[in-house]
Design a protein around this ligand. Structure first.
Ligand SMILES: [Zn+2]
Length: 104
């Protein structure tokens, strides 16, 4: 068997549409969805904006604003971004992985 060419970042349109469907669900349905990743509030102490602490992360489908590619910002990547990289909670992915790594 040949290994997949990408590392799981590039997503099929079907997967993207499914992620968009889940993104449109009610938060209580999202939270119990298998793709949801629980948040760790103890790692989000840098978030000082009241009422914005997430309970969980869910895959976020988006279209790259630079190249127009359909990409999914994975829940586990969001968790790392906010909880380990301590990113601002309002910061979201707007460019695909390729465009971000092409940045100077
Ligand atoms: Zn792009």
């Amino acid at each position: 068997m040949k290994a997949a060419r990408d590392a799981g970042r590039a997503s099929s349109l079907a997967a993207w549409r499914e992620a968009r469907r889940i993104a449109g669900l009610h938060p209580t349905q999202q939270k119990s969805h298998p793709s949801a990743v629980p948040a760790d509030p103890s790692k989000l102490s840098h978030v000082t904006t009241y009422g914005t602490l997430p309970d969980f992360y869910i895959d976020r489908p988006f279209i790259c604003r630079r190249c127009g590619k359909h990409e999914i910002w994975k829940a586990r990547d969001q968790k790392w971004y906010y909880e380990e990289a301590k990113a601002h909670i309002d910061a979201i992915a707007v460019e695909c992985h390729e465009c971000r790594t092409r940045n100077d």
